[in-house]
Write a protein that binds this ligand. Structure first.
Ligand code: SAM
Ligand code: SF4
Length: 442
Protein backbone atom coordinates (compact mmCIF):
# COMPACT_ATOMS: atom_id res chain seq x y z
CA UNK A 1 0.00 0.00 0.00
CA UNK A 2 1.28 3.48 -0.83
CA UNK A 3 1.49 5.77 2.15
CA UNK A 4 1.13 9.49 2.83
CA UNK A 5 2.40 11.90 5.45
CA UNK A 6 0.89 15.32 6.12
CA UNK A 7 2.89 18.04 7.92
CA UNK A 8 0.65 20.82 9.21
CA UNK A 9 1.65 24.39 9.99
CA UNK A 10 -0.40 27.21 11.49
CA UNK A 11 -3.86 27.65 12.93
CA UNK A 12 -6.80 25.40 13.84
CA UNK A 13 -8.37 26.03 10.46
CA UNK A 14 -5.30 24.49 8.85
CA UNK A 15 -5.31 21.58 11.30
CA UNK A 16 -8.92 20.98 10.28
CA UNK A 17 -8.06 21.26 6.58
CA UNK A 18 -5.41 18.60 7.16
CA UNK A 19 -8.07 16.26 8.51
CA UNK A 20 -9.84 16.63 5.18
CA UNK A 21 -6.61 16.15 3.20
CA UNK A 22 -5.90 12.96 5.14
CA UNK A 23 -9.47 11.75 4.70
CA UNK A 24 -9.26 12.22 0.94
CA UNK A 25 -5.91 10.47 0.66
CA UNK A 26 -7.32 7.55 2.63
CA UNK A 27 -10.29 7.40 0.33
CA UNK A 28 -7.81 7.12 -2.54
CA UNK A 29 -6.44 4.02 -0.84
CA UNK A 30 -3.34 5.45 0.80
CA UNK A 31 -2.40 4.64 4.40
CA UNK A 32 -0.83 7.05 6.89
CA UNK A 33 2.95 6.79 7.39
CA UNK A 34 4.39 7.66 10.78
CA UNK A 35 7.11 9.90 9.27
CA UNK A 36 7.91 11.66 5.97
CA UNK A 37 10.83 9.25 5.42
CA UNK A 38 8.39 6.34 5.17
CA UNK A 39 5.83 8.08 2.95
CA UNK A 40 5.32 7.95 -0.82
CA UNK A 41 3.18 11.11 -0.87
CA UNK A 42 4.40 14.02 1.24
CA UNK A 43 1.91 16.81 1.83
CA UNK A 44 2.81 20.10 3.49
CA UNK A 45 -0.23 22.09 4.61
CA UNK A 46 1.34 25.51 4.97
CA UNK A 47 0.76 28.78 6.80
CA UNK A 48 2.01 32.20 5.77
CA UNK A 49 0.50 34.42 8.47
CA UNK A 50 4.03 35.44 9.55
CA UNK A 51 7.52 34.96 8.16
CA UNK A 52 8.41 32.28 10.71
CA UNK A 53 6.24 29.51 9.23
CA UNK A 54 7.65 30.35 5.77
CA UNK A 55 11.17 29.77 7.12
CA UNK A 56 10.15 26.54 8.84
CA UNK A 57 8.58 25.30 5.61
CA UNK A 58 11.80 26.00 3.69
CA UNK A 59 13.68 23.74 6.13
CA UNK A 60 11.07 20.97 5.80
CA UNK A 61 11.12 21.21 2.01
CA UNK A 62 14.93 20.94 2.09
CA UNK A 63 14.51 17.56 3.82
CA UNK A 64 11.79 16.54 1.35
CA UNK A 65 14.10 17.34 -1.57
CA UNK A 66 16.69 14.91 -0.21
CA UNK A 67 14.01 12.20 0.13
CA UNK A 68 12.86 12.80 -3.42
CA UNK A 69 16.41 12.57 -4.73
CA UNK A 70 16.66 9.18 -3.04
CA UNK A 71 13.34 8.05 -4.51
CA UNK A 72 12.15 10.14 -7.50
CA UNK A 73 8.71 8.45 -7.43
CA UNK A 74 7.87 10.26 -4.22
CA UNK A 75 5.18 12.89 -4.70
CA UNK A 76 5.62 16.24 -2.96
CA UNK A 77 2.51 18.37 -2.58
CA UNK A 78 2.42 21.83 -1.00
CA UNK A 79 -1.00 23.11 0.03
CA UNK A 80 -2.47 25.83 2.22
CA UNK A 81 -1.94 29.54 2.57
CA UNK A 82 1.73 29.75 1.59
CA UNK A 83 1.04 27.77 -1.59
CA UNK A 84 -1.78 30.15 -2.46
CA UNK A 85 0.28 33.29 -1.73
CA UNK A 86 3.24 31.99 -3.77
CA UNK A 87 1.29 30.32 -6.55
CA UNK A 88 3.22 32.22 -9.25
CA UNK A 89 6.67 31.39 -7.89
CA UNK A 90 6.46 28.16 -5.93
CA UNK A 91 7.62 25.81 -8.72
CA UNK A 92 10.52 28.12 -9.60
CA UNK A 93 11.56 28.35 -5.98
CA UNK A 94 11.11 24.66 -5.22
CA UNK A 95 11.45 22.79 -8.56
CA UNK A 96 11.06 19.37 -6.90
CA UNK A 97 7.47 20.16 -5.79
CA UNK A 98 4.94 18.20 -7.88
CA UNK A 99 1.63 19.72 -6.82
CA UNK A 100 0.64 23.04 -5.26
CA UNK A 101 -2.87 23.85 -4.09
CA UNK A 102 -4.54 26.65 -2.14
CA UNK A 103 -6.88 26.16 0.84
CA UNK A 104 -9.91 26.46 -1.46
CA UNK A 105 -8.87 23.57 -3.70
CA UNK A 106 -8.63 20.70 -1.23
CA UNK A 107 -11.70 19.08 -2.85
CA UNK A 108 -9.67 18.78 -6.07
CA UNK A 109 -6.78 16.91 -4.45
CA UNK A 110 -8.18 13.57 -5.48
CA UNK A 111 -8.36 14.62 -9.12
CA UNK A 112 -4.67 15.12 -9.46
CA UNK A 113 -3.31 12.63 -7.03
CA UNK A 114 -5.31 10.04 -8.92
CA UNK A 115 -5.51 6.40 -7.97
CA UNK A 116 -3.00 5.75 -5.24
CA UNK A 117 -1.17 9.00 -5.83
CA UNK A 118 0.81 7.72 -8.80
CA UNK A 119 1.71 9.52 -11.99
CA UNK A 120 0.71 13.03 -11.00
CA UNK A 121 1.08 15.71 -13.59
CA UNK A 122 2.65 18.84 -12.20
CA UNK A 123 -0.13 21.28 -11.54
CA UNK A 124 -1.23 24.22 -9.49
CA UNK A 125 -4.63 25.27 -8.22
CA UNK A 126 -5.56 28.59 -6.67
CA UNK A 127 -8.71 29.53 -4.74
CA UNK A 128 -11.16 27.26 -6.49
CA UNK A 129 -14.06 28.89 -8.32
CA UNK A 130 -16.62 26.90 -6.42
CA UNK A 131 -15.31 26.24 -2.93
CA UNK A 132 -16.87 23.37 -1.05
CA UNK A 133 -17.32 22.61 2.64
CA UNK A 134 -15.95 19.78 4.69
CA UNK A 135 -19.21 17.95 5.16
CA UNK A 136 -19.15 16.60 1.65
CA UNK A 137 -15.55 15.41 2.03
CA UNK A 138 -14.16 12.44 3.90
CA UNK A 139 -12.39 13.29 7.13
CA UNK A 140 -9.71 11.76 9.31
CA UNK A 141 -10.18 12.98 12.91
CA UNK A 142 -7.25 12.91 15.35
CA UNK A 143 -9.45 12.37 18.43
CA UNK A 144 -12.66 10.40 18.66
CA UNK A 145 -14.30 12.69 21.24
CA UNK A 146 -13.37 16.15 19.95
CA UNK A 147 -14.07 17.68 16.56
CA UNK A 148 -13.77 20.90 14.65
CA UNK A 149 -16.77 22.03 12.67
CA UNK A 150 -16.22 24.65 10.00
CA UNK A 151 -18.99 27.26 9.91
CA UNK A 152 -17.51 29.59 7.30
CA UNK A 153 -14.54 30.01 5.04
CA UNK A 154 -12.71 33.14 4.04
CA UNK A 155 -12.84 36.59 5.60
CA UNK A 156 -14.42 39.91 4.62
CA UNK A 157 -12.35 42.03 7.01
CA UNK A 158 -9.46 44.12 5.79
CA UNK A 159 -7.07 44.04 8.74
CA UNK A 160 -4.05 45.90 7.37
CA UNK A 161 -1.46 43.35 8.55
CA UNK A 162 -3.28 40.18 7.50
CA UNK A 163 -2.77 37.90 4.49
CA UNK A 164 -5.78 35.67 5.24
CA UNK A 165 -8.35 37.46 3.01
CA UNK A 166 -5.91 37.27 0.08
CA UNK A 167 -5.32 33.54 0.43
CA UNK A 168 -8.68 32.29 1.70
CA UNK A 169 -10.98 34.59 -0.25
CA UNK A 170 -14.30 36.23 0.66
CA UNK A 171 -16.40 34.89 3.49
CA UNK A 172 -18.84 32.12 2.60
CA UNK A 173 -21.11 30.79 5.36
CA UNK A 174 -22.10 27.21 5.52
CA UNK A 175 -25.83 26.64 5.76
CA UNK A 176 -27.16 26.07 9.31
CA UNK A 177 -28.92 22.81 8.42
CA UNK A 178 -25.67 21.36 7.13
CA UNK A 179 -23.75 22.44 10.23
CA UNK A 180 -26.31 21.02 12.65
CA UNK A 181 -26.50 17.79 10.65
CA UNK A 182 -22.73 17.41 10.94
CA UNK A 183 -22.82 18.11 14.69
CA UNK A 184 -25.59 15.54 15.10
CA UNK A 185 -23.62 12.94 13.17
CA UNK A 186 -20.48 13.68 15.21
CA UNK A 187 -22.43 13.32 18.46
CA UNK A 188 -23.74 9.94 17.32
CA UNK A 189 -20.14 8.89 16.67
CA UNK A 190 -19.16 9.74 20.26
CA UNK A 191 -17.93 13.31 19.92
CA UNK A 192 -18.48 15.28 23.12
CA UNK A 193 -16.74 18.57 22.37
CA UNK A 194 -17.02 20.61 19.20
CA UNK A 195 -15.19 23.78 18.21
CA UNK A 196 -16.96 25.89 15.61
CA UNK A 197 -14.39 27.39 13.25
CA UNK A 198 -14.41 30.52 11.13
CA UNK A 199 -12.14 33.52 10.60
CA UNK A 200 -14.93 35.65 12.07
CA UNK A 201 -17.64 33.41 13.52
CA UNK A 202 -19.71 36.41 14.55
CA UNK A 203 -20.37 37.47 10.98
CA UNK A 204 -21.53 33.96 10.13
CA UNK A 205 -24.83 33.89 8.27
CA UNK A 206 -24.77 37.41 6.82
CA UNK A 207 -24.17 36.19 3.29
CA UNK A 208 -27.06 33.72 3.60
CA UNK A 209 -29.64 36.51 3.89
CA UNK A 210 -32.33 37.07 2.78
CA UNK A 211 -32.81 33.40 1.94
CA UNK A 212 -31.94 32.36 5.50
CA UNK A 213 -32.28 35.01 8.21
CA UNK A 214 -30.05 33.85 11.02
CA UNK A 215 -27.03 34.81 13.14
CA UNK A 216 -24.35 33.04 15.18
CA UNK A 217 -26.28 33.05 18.49
CA UNK A 218 -29.02 31.00 16.85
CA UNK A 219 -26.44 28.54 15.57
CA UNK A 220 -24.97 28.17 19.07
CA UNK A 221 -28.44 27.40 20.43
CA UNK A 222 -29.12 24.87 17.68
CA UNK A 223 -25.82 23.07 18.38
CA UNK A 224 -26.51 23.20 22.13
CA UNK A 225 -29.75 21.30 21.50
CA UNK A 226 -27.92 18.36 19.89
CA UNK A 227 -28.06 15.39 22.20
CA UNK A 228 -24.68 13.99 23.27
CA UNK A 229 -22.66 17.19 22.84
CA UNK A 230 -21.28 18.30 26.20
CA UNK A 231 -19.08 21.22 25.22
CA UNK A 232 -19.21 23.84 22.50
CA UNK A 233 -16.34 26.22 21.75
CA UNK A 234 -15.83 28.64 18.87
CA UNK A 235 -12.98 30.58 17.34
CA UNK A 236 -12.45 33.33 16.40
CA UNK A 237 -15.02 36.02 17.03
CA UNK A 238 -14.18 39.52 15.80
CA UNK A 239 -14.91 42.08 18.54
CA UNK A 240 -16.58 44.40 16.00
CA UNK A 241 -19.34 41.84 15.34
CA UNK A 242 -19.91 40.45 18.86
CA UNK A 243 -23.61 41.28 19.45
CA UNK A 244 -26.14 40.72 22.25
CA UNK A 245 -27.85 37.63 20.76
CA UNK A 246 -24.54 35.76 20.82
CA UNK A 247 -23.78 36.84 24.39
CA UNK A 248 -27.28 35.73 25.45
CA UNK A 249 -26.92 32.40 23.64
CA UNK A 250 -23.60 31.80 25.39
CA UNK A 251 -25.06 32.61 28.78
CA UNK A 252 -28.17 30.49 28.28
CA UNK A 253 -26.76 27.41 26.55
CA UNK A 254 -25.56 24.72 28.93
CA UNK A 255 -22.89 23.32 26.65
CA UNK A 256 -21.32 26.56 25.43
CA UNK A 257 -18.11 26.86 27.44
CA UNK A 258 -17.22 29.85 29.60
CA UNK A 259 -14.36 30.87 27.36
CA UNK A 260 -13.95 33.45 24.63
CA UNK A 261 -10.89 34.01 22.49
CA UNK A 262 -11.29 37.73 21.77
CA UNK A 263 -8.43 39.07 19.62
CA UNK A 264 -7.36 42.52 20.84
CA UNK A 265 -4.37 43.09 18.47
CA UNK A 266 -3.61 46.46 20.09
CA UNK A 267 -4.82 48.49 23.06
CA UNK A 268 -4.29 51.80 21.27
CA UNK A 269 -7.33 53.22 19.47
CA UNK A 270 -5.03 55.08 17.08
CA UNK A 271 -3.26 51.88 16.11
CA UNK A 272 -6.50 49.87 15.94
CA UNK A 273 -7.64 52.40 13.38
CA UNK A 274 -4.44 52.00 11.37
CA UNK A 275 -4.93 48.24 11.58
CA UNK A 276 -8.53 48.69 10.27
CA UNK A 277 -9.95 46.73 13.18
CA UNK A 278 -12.96 49.11 13.32
CA UNK A 279 -13.33 49.11 17.13
CA UNK A 280 -11.76 51.37 19.73
CA UNK A 281 -10.10 50.48 23.00
CA UNK A 282 -13.24 51.69 24.81
CA UNK A 283 -15.61 49.59 22.72
CA UNK A 284 -13.47 46.53 23.29
CA UNK A 285 -13.44 47.09 27.05
CA UNK A 286 -17.22 47.63 27.07
CA UNK A 287 -17.65 44.33 25.26
CA UNK A 288 -15.50 42.58 27.87
CA UNK A 289 -17.69 44.09 30.62
CA UNK A 290 -20.89 42.93 28.92
CA UNK A 291 -19.50 39.43 28.44
CA UNK A 292 -18.42 39.19 32.07
CA UNK A 293 -21.74 40.51 33.28
CA UNK A 294 -23.61 37.82 31.33
CA UNK A 295 -21.12 34.99 31.98
CA UNK A 296 -19.63 35.57 35.42
CA UNK A 297 -16.89 32.90 35.40
CA UNK A 298 -15.76 33.71 31.86
CA UNK A 299 -12.16 33.03 30.80
CA UNK A 300 -10.73 35.35 28.18
CA UNK A 301 -7.96 34.69 25.70
CA UNK A 302 -6.59 37.01 23.06
CA UNK A 303 -4.16 37.69 20.19
CA UNK A 304 -1.86 40.71 20.38
CA UNK A 305 0.54 42.09 17.80
CA UNK A 306 3.49 44.27 18.84
CA UNK A 307 5.54 46.42 16.50
CA UNK A 308 2.83 47.25 13.96
CA UNK A 309 4.13 50.10 11.72
CA UNK A 310 4.08 53.42 13.54
CA UNK A 311 3.59 51.87 17.01
CA UNK A 312 4.91 54.42 19.52
CA UNK A 313 5.92 53.80 23.12
CA UNK A 314 2.58 55.36 24.10
CA UNK A 315 0.66 52.94 21.82
CA UNK A 316 2.52 50.01 23.31
CA UNK A 317 1.86 51.32 26.81
CA UNK A 318 -1.86 51.43 25.93
CA UNK A 319 -1.69 47.73 25.00
CA UNK A 320 -0.08 46.88 28.34
CA UNK A 321 -2.84 48.84 30.09
CA UNK A 322 -5.62 46.94 28.35
CA UNK A 323 -3.91 43.62 29.08
CA UNK A 324 -3.78 44.60 32.74
CA UNK A 325 -7.35 45.94 32.77
CA UNK A 326 -8.87 42.86 31.12
CA UNK A 327 -6.75 40.31 32.98
CA UNK A 328 -6.51 37.68 30.24
CA UNK A 329 -6.35 34.02 31.18
CA UNK A 330 -4.19 33.38 28.12
CA UNK A 331 -2.75 35.32 25.20
CA UNK A 332 -0.96 34.61 21.95
CA UNK A 333 1.58 37.35 21.40
CA UNK A 334 3.04 38.05 17.97
CA UNK A 335 5.81 40.26 16.66
CA UNK A 336 4.42 42.08 13.62
CA UNK A 337 5.69 40.43 10.46
CA UNK A 338 5.25 42.29 7.14
CA UNK A 339 3.39 40.17 4.58
CA UNK A 340 3.88 41.03 0.97
CA UNK A 341 0.70 42.40 -0.63
CA UNK A 342 -0.91 43.56 2.63
CA UNK A 343 -1.57 47.24 3.31
CA UNK A 344 0.70 47.41 6.35
CA UNK A 345 3.72 45.97 4.55
CA UNK A 346 3.87 49.15 2.47
CA UNK A 347 3.43 51.52 5.41
CA UNK A 348 6.26 53.84 6.45
CA UNK A 349 7.57 53.71 10.03
CA UNK A 350 8.29 50.00 10.17
CA UNK A 351 9.51 49.29 13.71
CA UNK A 352 13.15 48.17 14.18
CA UNK A 353 13.63 44.55 15.29
CA UNK A 354 15.30 45.41 18.59
CA UNK A 355 12.33 47.59 19.60
CA UNK A 356 9.87 44.83 18.63
CA UNK A 357 11.89 42.34 20.64
CA UNK A 358 12.07 44.51 23.71
CA UNK A 359 8.31 45.15 23.57
CA UNK A 360 7.32 41.53 23.12
CA UNK A 361 9.48 40.53 26.08
CA UNK A 362 7.72 43.07 28.29
CA UNK A 363 4.33 41.96 27.01
CA UNK A 364 5.03 38.26 27.52
CA UNK A 365 6.20 38.95 31.05
CA UNK A 366 2.96 40.76 31.85
CA UNK A 367 0.80 38.11 30.18
CA UNK A 368 2.56 35.39 32.18
CA UNK A 369 2.23 37.23 35.49
CA UNK A 370 -1.48 37.79 34.95
CA UNK A 371 -2.01 34.21 33.68
CA UNK A 372 -0.31 32.91 36.81
CA UNK A 373 -2.48 35.08 39.07
CA UNK A 374 -5.65 34.02 37.24
CA UNK A 375 -4.72 30.34 37.49
CA UNK A 376 -3.71 30.60 41.15
CA UNK A 377 -7.20 31.91 41.87
CA UNK A 378 -8.56 28.51 40.77
CA UNK A 379 -6.67 26.63 43.51
CA UNK A 380 -9.17 25.07 45.92
CA UNK A 381 -11.93 24.93 43.29
CA UNK A 382 -13.27 21.79 41.63
CA UNK A 383 -13.35 22.01 37.84
CA UNK A 384 -14.97 19.80 35.19
CA UNK A 385 -12.21 18.40 32.98
CA UNK A 386 -12.47 16.61 29.64
CA UNK A 387 -9.68 14.02 29.69
CA UNK A 388 -7.46 14.16 26.59
CA UNK A 389 -4.86 11.52 27.49
CA UNK A 390 -1.67 11.11 29.52
CA UNK A 391 0.19 14.23 30.65
CA UNK A 392 2.89 15.31 28.20
CA UNK A 393 5.48 15.82 30.94
CA UNK A 394 4.57 12.99 33.34
CA UNK A 395 2.88 9.93 31.80
CA UNK A 396 1.74 8.73 35.22
CA UNK A 397 -0.67 11.67 35.30
CA UNK A 398 -3.56 12.62 33.03
CA UNK A 399 -4.07 15.73 30.93
CA UNK A 400 -7.32 17.48 30.08
CA UNK A 401 -9.03 20.84 29.73
CA UNK A 402 -11.44 22.75 31.92
CA UNK A 403 -14.50 24.39 30.43
CA UNK A 404 -12.54 27.63 30.70
CA UNK A 405 -10.00 26.02 28.32
CA UNK A 406 -7.10 25.70 30.77
CA UNK A 407 -4.93 22.60 30.52
CA UNK A 408 -4.91 20.54 33.75
CA UNK A 409 -2.37 17.83 34.61
CA UNK A 410 -3.83 15.64 37.30
CA UNK A 411 -3.81 12.37 39.20
CA UNK A 412 -6.68 10.16 38.12
CA UNK A 413 -7.82 6.96 36.47
CA UNK A 414 -10.25 8.16 33.82
CA UNK A 415 -9.98 7.36 30.12
CA UNK A 416 -9.59 9.82 27.25
CA UNK A 417 -12.93 11.40 26.36
CA UNK A 418 -14.38 11.15 29.87
CA UNK A 419 -15.59 14.14 31.87
CA UNK A 420 -14.31 14.20 35.43
CA UNK A 421 -14.28 16.58 38.36
CA UNK A 422 -10.77 17.63 39.36
CA UNK A 423 -9.81 19.38 42.58
CA UNK A 424 -7.29 22.05 41.66
CA UNK A 425 -4.23 22.24 43.89
CA UNK A 426 -1.56 23.99 41.83
CA UNK A 427 -1.03 26.52 39.04
CA UNK A 428 1.57 27.82 36.57
CA UNK A 429 1.07 30.72 34.18
CA UNK A 430 -0.46 28.38 31.57
CA UNK A 431 -1.59 25.20 33.36
CA UNK A 432 -3.34 23.87 36.45
CA UNK A 433 -2.69 20.71 38.43
CA UNK A 434 -4.91 18.64 40.68
CA UNK A 435 -6.48 15.29 41.48
CA UNK A 436 -9.59 13.62 40.18
CA UNK A 437 -12.57 13.83 42.54
CA UNK A 438 -15.24 11.76 40.84
CA UNK A 439 -16.38 10.60 37.48
CA UNK A 440 -19.04 12.96 36.16
CA UNK A 441 -20.19 11.09 33.08
CA UNK A 442 -18.73 8.04 31.39
N1 SAM B 1 -9.40 35.47 11.94
C1 SAM B 1 -8.77 35.28 13.17
C2 SAM B 1 -8.81 36.57 13.96
O1 SAM B 1 -9.09 37.63 13.43
O2 SAM B 1 -8.56 36.47 15.14
C3 SAM B 1 -7.40 34.67 13.05
C4 SAM B 1 -6.40 35.38 12.23
S1 SAM B 1 -4.75 34.80 12.29
C5 SAM B 1 -4.79 33.15 11.78
C6 SAM B 1 -4.33 34.69 13.98
C7 SAM B 1 -3.56 35.86 14.51
O3 SAM B 1 -2.34 36.05 13.84
C8 SAM B 1 -4.23 37.21 14.39
O4 SAM B 1 -5.23 37.40 15.34
C9 SAM B 1 -3.08 38.16 14.60
O5 SAM B 1 -2.87 38.46 15.96
C10 SAM B 1 -1.88 37.35 14.09
N2 SAM B 1 -1.36 37.93 12.84
C11 SAM B 1 -2.00 38.04 11.67
N3 SAM B 1 -1.21 38.65 10.76
C12 SAM B 1 -0.04 38.93 11.38
C13 SAM B 1 1.18 39.56 10.97
N4 SAM B 1 1.34 40.02 9.74
N5 SAM B 1 2.19 39.66 11.87
C14 SAM B 1 2.02 39.20 13.14
N6 SAM B 1 0.90 38.61 13.57
C15 SAM B 1 -0.12 38.47 12.71
FE1 SF4 C 1 -7.10 38.40 9.26
FE2 SF4 C 1 -8.59 40.31 10.37
FE3 SF4 C 1 -9.76 38.44 8.84
FE4 SF4 C 1 -8.78 37.77 11.24
S1 SF4 C 1 -10.48 39.21 10.84
S2 SF4 C 1 -8.46 36.66 9.31
S3 SF4 C 1 -6.99 39.09 11.41
S4 SF4 C 1 -8.30 39.98 8.14
Amino acid sequence: MRRYHVTTFGCQMNAHDSERIKGMLEELGLGEAPSPEEADVLVFNTCTIREKPDTRLAAHLGDAKVLKERDPDRVIAVGGCYAEAQRESIFARYPFVDVAFGPGSIPHLAEWLGAGGVGVARSSFGIAEERRFAATLPMHRERSFQAWVQVSMGCNSKCAYCIVPAVRGREVSRRPGEIVAEVTRLASEGVREITLLGQNVNSWGRDLRPEIDTEFGELLRACDAVEGIERIRFTSPHPKDFREPVIAAMAESRTVCEHVHLPLQSGSTRLLKAMRRTYSRERYLQLVDRLREAIPDLALGTDIIVGFPGETDADFQATLEVVEAVGYDSAYTFVYSPRSGTEAAAMPDQIPDDVKRERIERLVELVQRIGHDRNRARIGLTEEVLVEGPSRTDPSRLRGRTRRNTTVNFLGDAGAGELVQVEIDGATSTTLSGRQAALVAA
